[in-house]
Write a protein that binds this ligand. Sequence first.
Ligand SMILES: Nc1ncnc2c1ncn2[C@@H]1O[C@H](COP(=O)(O)OP(=O)(O)OP(=O)(O)O)[C@@H](O)[C@H]1O
Ligand SMILES: Nc1ncnc2c1ncn2[C@@H]1O[C@H](COP(=O)(O)OP(=O)(O)OP(=O)(O)O)[C@@H](O)[C@H]1O
Ligand SMILES: [Mg+2]
Ligand SMILES: [Mg+2]
Lengths: 158, 158, 168, 168
Amino acid sequence: TRTRFRETFDKVNSGFQTLFPRLFGGGQAHLELIGEELLESGVRVMARPPGKRNSTIHLLSGGEKALTAVSLLFALFELNPAPFCLLDEVDAPLDDANVVRYSQMLRALSEKTQLIYITHNKISMEIAELLVGVTMSEPGVSRLVAVDVEEALEMVAQ
Amino acid sequence: TRTRFRETFDKVNSGFQTLFPRLFGGGQAHLELIGEELLESGVRVMARPPGKRNSTIHLLSGGEKALTAVSLLFALFELNPAPFCLLDEVDAPLDDANVVRYSQMLRALSEKTQLIYITHNKISMEIAELLVGVTMSEPGVSRLVAVDVEEALEMVAQ
Amino acid sequence: MRLKKIKLSGFKSFVDPITIPVSGNLIGIVGPNGCGKSNIIDAVRWVMGESSAKHLRGDSMADVIFSGSTARKPVGKASVELIFDNSDGGVSGQYAAYAEISIRREAGRDGQSDYFLNRTRCRRKDITDLFLGTGLGPHSYSILEQNAVTRIIESKPEELRSFFEEAA
Amino acid sequence: MRLKKIKLSGFKSFVDPITIPVSGNLIGIVGPNGCGKSNIIDAVRWVMGESSAKHLRGDSMADVIFSGSTARKPVGKASVELIFDNSDGGVSGQYAAYAEISIRREAGRDGQSDYFLNRTRCRRKDITDLFLGTGLGPHSYSILEQNAVTRIIESKPEELRSFFEEAA
Ligand SMILES: Nc1ncnc2c1ncn2[C@@H]1O[C@H](COP(=O)(O)OP(=O)(O)OP(=O)(O)O)[C@@H](O)[C@H]1O
Ligand SMILES: Nc1ncnc2c1ncn2[C@@H]1O[C@H](COP(=O)(O)OP(=O)(O)OP(=O)(O)O)[C@@H](O)[C@H]1O
Ligand SMILES: [Mg+2]
Ligand SMILES: [Mg+2]
């Protein structure tokens, strides 16, 4: 229905506008509706990292696009916040400075939400309260090993 | 033409079968033609990492799919080997063990080919003969800095 | 409603029964390429009622059953169980009073799936009903799979709109 | 035929003239997200004759010209030059004898591009002809862009076939 979509759009837009500068350490972003008829409008992402003057996201870098998408995905999550959230290698294209801000956001989110996240990134590993190691010492068969951070850095490097 | 496609297919298939086990440290892969008519056949990738018994690539992990694709892309490159090759973050989804084998292949390829590769990965940075650092100390404006490996690890971490 | 344990047996590369203890609020899963981390995510989607093989990286629903390795034969069925701590009463309906809630799915190669709620057989609908209003479900934004980011980046305006409509 | 230098001016985020020295055979390019690394790859494709804005992440060909930052105004044109060491005679045709070969492309916001071979104006065709038989070109497998790997993984059998036909 028209009102329902408008409400959803406004909430997600508001969340996106808040989360983007937190993840980028600045800059601004918002969502736009394209088209006259609300029930048929497309949604376009407008995002501007700190110091830059682009408008659409096409020209942004791989890491900038990924972090923009993460801001939007977290805003969509907050629409209907579940008690836990599973994240699979969301930090893969990010450089260390961006991973630091991203992991700070994970810490903040984890006050209300249980976060289970898969990562290859050492910085993301360091904020974990629990690290679950998965290995395949027997080829093709997964098993678990308990790990602390130093061991994990060791194991990922084999 | 039918002969030309068949020749191309056979050469790439042969390269792919050689490169895959070198990048994975084992396992096997090959290409298959699907369909009766050579001029309309599709090409399917069959790849089996060491110790595993899958056949198609759908169930493979993110990193396994990426490394399989790299083997195929290098085989396609070798069809018509240019004097230089530009690689943009090809190692991004790979864990350290895979990056080590990938970087060994880069070293081998660099005997005949000039390789210019973009990376965020410390292991890939270590094999470089020259490291070109790109920064944006002034927002939105790119400039170069000369770097040695320790500096690069420093700079990427800011 | 907190997740306490994830149990897998015969599911993809987790052929041997395994219990993943999920304690605390910030749990990192680590390991080399191809060792099974994303398979755990697939297991959670599957036990919540995922019915499309494509969303589990398979061609058919039987692809989630361990299909063998160089040293092991394939097995005949897959089972995944999620155990929740419901002492805060997050779940509505007839299960609101339980301190612990378990959902389980078991499937054989014939494509049939059996669902269990607190060890009692139930329909798939009972599982999905349990999650209504909790924000959970196989397609909710509580699961960001390995290509979630690319799907958003590459979507056209009409596709992005449909993500909003799903989320609403 | 070795690459010796890449010169950029006004191209995307490289507003100030810059020379990238390309010596040796294993050159790593590093830096934080969004600092301009992939823009260098776009520059090489562009000077080799790329005519599709989509392959340069733009909506129009004018998108490659520096469009301003919070502190700087946009500029009116972009220029990219590649300087090759041809002492091994890798290039065929009339330029085979030159020890050094330079190709350059310059474009303004009107969409017009000028091409130069060893500082002499030429047609785009002269640039693409130069590369015939060398395995180089904006769409050859000598340039693996940031989503080359995903394109291969996600391609259907018919699409994968077309990659082969391009490469042949
Ligand atoms: N039904 C099955 N039986 C046996 N093995 C399977 C089955 N389904 C998937 N696998 C195996 O599981 C592996 C993929 O695991 P997964 O995707 O969880 O890896 P990952 O740990 O996420 O790795 P990455 O870090 O590369 O993303 C593949 O090698 C695949 O062959
Ligand atoms: N015409 C232009 N004028 C000014 N800036 C531009 C222009 N085109 C692109 N940019 C900027 O260049 C940046 C992208 O650079 P690039 O893709 O090279 O980053 P990168 O170093 O590859 O980063 P990553 O590691 O995230 O892939 C964007 O922030 C974009 O705004
Ligand atoms: Mg994975
Ligand atoms: Mg890039």
